[in-house]
Design a protein around this ligand. Structure first.
Ligand code: KET
Length: 464
């Protein structure tokens, strides 16, 4: 595209620009890279000549020439494509974000009330401490483990406010990279797409354990246990606390016990991602049962929390990283290192969402109102799940068993549609969804169930 006139006299500087791509199972660092060797010189660097800095380049070539175009994000990119579609029938079932029956975003009443309280109090905008708002950290760990959990009283939990679930996971990944060099993270197959990016970027090696069995459209429990057993001792095992994304399939309480058994036997460290507390069953306590079971066994556990979904605080970026340790001293050391990692990354977290959560969880009246609103949201999703199943089963005469839709829980349905079929959903029907066949039922209304059923039946039977 461009021509450049280079006149480098004494290349005194060299630069190395390297990138890495996510690669199944094997993060490779500095893989495909653009490097400027010292000998040849970097055509983009400035050189010193006769005591003056002068650009050595007469250019119409960009210094960013070596940076390739990144692909759109598999989940958030779907929303971008949706916005660009002008067809009125379009439906965004990509991102897991709750919509009302009119398909509008929803701000919870308790959130509005908490914000009014904040305005009345005239709170300031000073920096928070690196670990976040104290009232938030207290509320969040109590919500997760139960206020009377002994590990809280024993000061065995290191809690720091994070940049929602993603930022909290990323912070823990940095801790693993620094203090457990070479340790592997085991990730379910499939999982939320961003998990792999997070560990790749933190340079933490990962591999997958079997989770979903397409034949039974259920949990491959045997495979899961085998793979966790086979992993090197002391690995981190990433588990979805509830409402597994994307499959919507969770282990039963008995299976959770067995998973905890193997993890304990193998000296692994459980690492929970809790992004949907309250959204699986509608009950905050029930949805935290998996985490509490591990903690009750006296295990050391990592837990990332998010308030994006259950309080609808998507854009506030509010969540937390909790490390349950075997002693208060260990917890204090871990917390000090989490703060040390956070400081150069983002310095300290934002206050607005933290205050909302602290107000809602810390006030008994708002707290019970929140529970009712969450039950309402979880209930609406259950209703569309049922309606979608009813519509598909009555329209599809092929005899295919669609009952898996009803077995799945949480915001999503994992339809089993492959990439081509998912493309057909979007290209022909204007239904936007991720290419792994996941649809967000939180973005569906009762009124659109029949239309969606037609789209799914067409894509499933007429596209291979
Ligand atoms: N964990 C899981 C399992 C998860 O599904 C999400 C978000 C997150 C963590 C992080 O959310 P945060 O807003 O950083 O607290 N999932 C939805 C949105 C996204 O991809 O970012 C989704 O799967 O659609």
């Amino acid at each position: 595209m461009a021509s450049a006139m280079l006149s480098i006299t004494s290349p005194s500087t060299s630069a190395s620009l390297s990138m890495h791509d996510s690669h199944k199972g094997k993060p490779h660092f500095g893989g495909s890279s653009l490097r400027f060797s010292k000998e040849k010189g970097n055509p983009f660097s400035s050189v010193r000549s006769s005591g003056r800095i002068s650009m050595s380049l007469a250019v119409n070539i960009s210094r960013f020439e070596g940076i390739p175009m990144a692909p759109p994000d598999p989940i958030l990119g779907v929303s971008e494509a949706f916005r660009a579609d002008s067809n009125e029938v379009k439906l965004n079932l990509g991102v897991g974000a709750y919509r009302t029956e009119d398909l509008q975003p929803y701000v919870l009443n308790v959130v509005k009330k908490a914000e009014n309280l904040m305005l009345e109090r005239g709170e300031n905008k000073e920096y928070l401490p690196i670990e976040g708002l104290a009232a938030f950290n207290k509320a969040t760990v109590e919500l997760l483990l139960g206020a009377d959990n002994p590990v809280i009283k024993q000061q065995r939990v290191a809690t720091v406010q994070g940049l929602s679930g993603t930022g909290s996971l990323r912070l823990a990944a940095a801790l693993i990279e620094r203090y457990f060099p070479g340790a592997k993270v085991l990730i379910s197959s499939p999982t939320w797409g961003n998990h792999k990016n997070i560990f790749n970027d933190a340079r933490v090696p990962w591999s997958e354990y079997r989770y979903y069995d397409p034949k039974t459209v259920g949990l491959d429990f045997e495979g899961m246990i085998e793979d966790i057993k086979a992993a090197p001792e002391g690995s981190f095992v990433l588990l979805h606390g509830c409402a597994h994304n994307p499959t919507g399939i969770d282990p039963t309480p008995e299976q959770w016990e067995k998973i905890a058994d193997v993890i304990q036997q193998k000296n692994h460290i459980p690492f929970f991602d809790v992004a949907y507390q309250g959204f699986a069953s509608g009950s905050l306590d029930e949805d935290a049962a998996s985490v509490r079971l591990f903690v009750a066994r006296g295990m050391e556990v990592l837990v990332a929390q998010s308030y994006s979904k259950n309080l609808g605080l998507y854009a506030e970026r509010i969540g937390a990283m909790n490390v349950v340790s075997s002693s208060p001293e260990a917890a204090a050391r871990v917390k000090s290192q989490l703060k040390r990692l956070a400081r150069p990354m983002y310095s300290n977290p934002p206050v607005h969402g933290a205050r909302i959560v602290a107000n809602v969880v810390g006030d008994p009246a708002l707290f019970s109102e929140w529970k009712a609103e969450m039950e309402m949201m979880a209930g609406r999703i259950k209703n569309v799940r049922q309606k979608l199943f009813d519509s598909i089963s009555s329209k599809d005469k092929s005899g295919k068993d669609w009952s898996f839709i009803l077995k799945q829980i949480g915001m999503f349905s994992y339809t089993g549609l492959n990439k081509n079929q998912s493309d057909n959903m979007t290209n022909k029907w204007h239904v936007y969804m991720t290419k792994d066949g996941r649809i967000s039922l939180a973005g569906l209304s009762l009124a659109k169930c029949e239309y969606l059923a037609d789209a799914i039946i067409d894509s499933f039977h007429n596209v291979s």
